[in-house]
Design a protein. Structure first.
Lengths: 334, 257
């Protein structure tokens, strides 16, 4: 028999699990669906060349443009994964797609407004810091990816190589209606008429259905792990060490990763659990969370080799930690 | 030889899955249970997603006789069923989420920044002029909560009436409980309980998550809210009356903005 204390603890943990799982699922699934629909729409309706014209040929300028594209695609971090993968499949450089993946949730207007509202009246320009430090971190990570992958095409954290290459076969074969070619050319070289809007729409729905179910199971696995972590790791255990700037920054990074909150609302949680004790933790939490968290790591694991994924998460954490810590120390010194 | 008119099992499964999700969202929205999971400002997104799932379901139905070259694995569908089942259990239960994030003194500092202008004016107007009986209704719950925790002694001696979940942890004295509601910023994953500590012999007759109404006189107490040995001064209700009440249409959740 369980003691009353153990039974009460287990009851609390199971309630926390169901509460967290339901919330995270209904917060993320609509965005995953929108991400997969947008991704499928791009596949069916936007020619590769048209997409390439959107981005400068210069890799560094292309990264800068990718950092800001998310302003026009206001979806959260769950929806950006299929979109970033689609950009990559359409021939965009890996560094450009990574810049979009990391920055889009941060430049999302909903994220900016909610951060502004949450920290209004504190005298601390957290929303500006989040935007500036987030874009700087995403730019640095994209540069690292650009240099690391330039001579090593096997490094692809958006899944164009290795395990993902095998999956491409399944994906293409799994669709009854393959995406219609956008610049259709017959074997004789004579350009055929464009596929009809209806056939493209059908292909969009087909791809979106398949992609949603395929990615959804990984997202749900990520949400489940995040909910278990939330239920069994007491928040106060994470928050115990806010003593030094370095510890506070680490705490912010770890909390953001485990809690896996939506970037459109995490500012309120950061305000409630960290501020005003530690703005070091606040900045690390708010910049790192939208870029990569536990649920998105599991989602990416569908496509990426484990060692590449671990290295990617580690690099993002290190860059965000270094950027936010340096900026916070500088602001304190001034 | 396979007939082209044969129904594809994968397509049927996809169609039924999308239909189930769509109907589940409609059910949640129709009976107000969606507000237990996500903030009302998210409703448009969720209901829009429900409509899109319906479109996807019909698209799969139209293609029912066109078999995909590879069947979808069962792992495509089981996770969806599992999430819907857990969500169903959650919305049907009476869950209070005490202290999920409310882990330290700083949580009390989450205050005026998120007030609407109207709330601010009302809060300022009521400074120093709290009514003799303070009723914690939905519109003022968050404002009053902050006001009382900011200056616990400000309302000492006033009568108070509050409805909410009954909550006691092992660390609470035998005559003490928390009467509270859930506070939600965005979704139930960030939900945490907020409320007032109440003291009186009456608490013995109640169990966790009962929906109750407490009335009494406000005072203050040095209390270890988190069971970590740190005591802080907080408001206290000295109970005159504690009773079960019909929850009715009262929301168990407070949405601060």
């Amino acid at each position: 028999m369980l003691s009353p204390d153990t039974a009460a603890w287990l009851r609390g943990a199971s309630e926390t699990f169901t509460t967290t799982l339901a919330g995270l699922a209904f917060e993320t699934i609509p965005f995953l669906l929108m991400g997969t629909l947008l991704s499928a729409t791009i596949q069916a309706f936007v020619p590769d060349q048209a997409l390439k014209r959107l981005f400068p040929k210069n890799r560094y300028l292309s990264i800068l443009v990718a950092l800001l594209v998310g302003v026009f695609i206001p979806i959260c971090e769950c929806g950006t994964v299929p979109l970033a993968r689609r950009l990559r499949q359409k021939g965009m450089p890996l560094s450009t797609a990574v810049a979009f993946l990391l920055a889009a949730p941060l430049v999302n207007p909903m994220t900016i407004i909610s951060t502004f509202v949450a920290f209004r009246g504190t005298g601390n320009p957290v929303f500006a810091a989040r935007l500036g430090l987030g874009l700087a971190s995403a730019f640095i990570v994209a540069l690292i990816v650009e240099f690391a992958s330039r001579n090593r095409p096997s490094i692809d954290i958006l899944g164009q190589s290795g395990r993902a290459a095998k999956l491409k076969f399944t994906r293409a074969e799994g669709a009854a209606i393959p995406a219609p070619p956008l610049l259709p050319v017959s074997s004789s070289g004579i350009t055929r008429s464009r596929p009809s809007i209806a056939s493209r729409a059908a292909a969009t729905l087909e791809h979106a259905s398949y992609d949603f179910l395929d990615s959804g199971r990984y997202l749900i696995a990520g949400i489940t792990i995040a909910a278990i972590a939330r239920a069994f790791i007491p928040t106060r255990a994470i928050l115990h060490s806010l003593g030094t700037p370095l510890a506070a920054t680490g705490t912010g990074l770890l909390s953001a990763y485990i809690l896996s909150l939506c970037s459109s609302a995490d500012a309120f949680v950061a305000r409630s659990i960290f501020a005003p004790s530690s703005y070091f933790a606040v900045k690390a939490f708010l910049v790192f969370g939208p870029m990569i968290d536990l649920k998105n790591t599991i989602l990416l694991s569908r496509f990426v080799k484990p060692r590449h994924l671990i290295a990617f998460v580690g690099i993002v954490a290190l860059v965000v930690g270094a950027v936010t810590l340096s900026a916070s120390l500088l602001m304190e010194a001034l | 030889m396979t007939s082209t008119r044969e129904i594809s099992g994968s397509r049927l499964a996809r169609s039924l899955t999308f239909l189930t999700i769509s109907f589940f969202i409609s059910w949640l929205a129709g009976n107000g249970k969606l507000a237990k999971i996500v903030h009302p400002r998210m409703n448009l997104w969720i209901e829009g997603a429900g409509a899109l799932f319906l479109v996807l379901a019909f698209a799969q139905m139209l293609l029912l006789s066109k078999k995909p070259r590879h069947s979808d694995p069962v792992s495509f569908f089981v996770p969806i069923a599992y999430v819907l089942a857990i969500t169903f259990i959650f919305v049907q239960s009476n869950t209070f989420s005490p202290s999920r994030f409310d882990e330290g003194d700083d949580s009390v500092a989450v205050e005026n920044a998120i007030f609407s202008k109207r709330d601010k004016i009302a809060a300022q107007a009521s400074k120093g002029a709290l009514p003799s009986t303070i009723a914690f209704d939905d519109d003022r719950y968050w404002t009053l909560y902050n006001r009382l925790y900011d200056v616990p002694s400000a309302a000492a001696g006033h009568q108070v009436v509050i409805q909410g979940f009954f909550h006691r942890t092992g660390g609470y004295p035998a005559d003490t409980a928390l009467i509270g509601r859930n506070l939600m910023w965005c979704c139930s994953a960030d939900m945490s309980g907020i409320g007032l500590v109440a003291r009186g012999q009456e608490v013995a007759g109640f169990k966790e998550s009962d929906w109750v109404e407490a009335s009494g006189r406000l005072s203050t107490i040095e209390f270890d809210m988190n069971g970590d040995g740190k005591k802080t001064t907080i408001p206290l209700i000295v109970i005159d009356s504690l009773k079960h009440v019909d929850k009715g249409a009262t929301s168990s959740i407070i949405f601060p903005f």
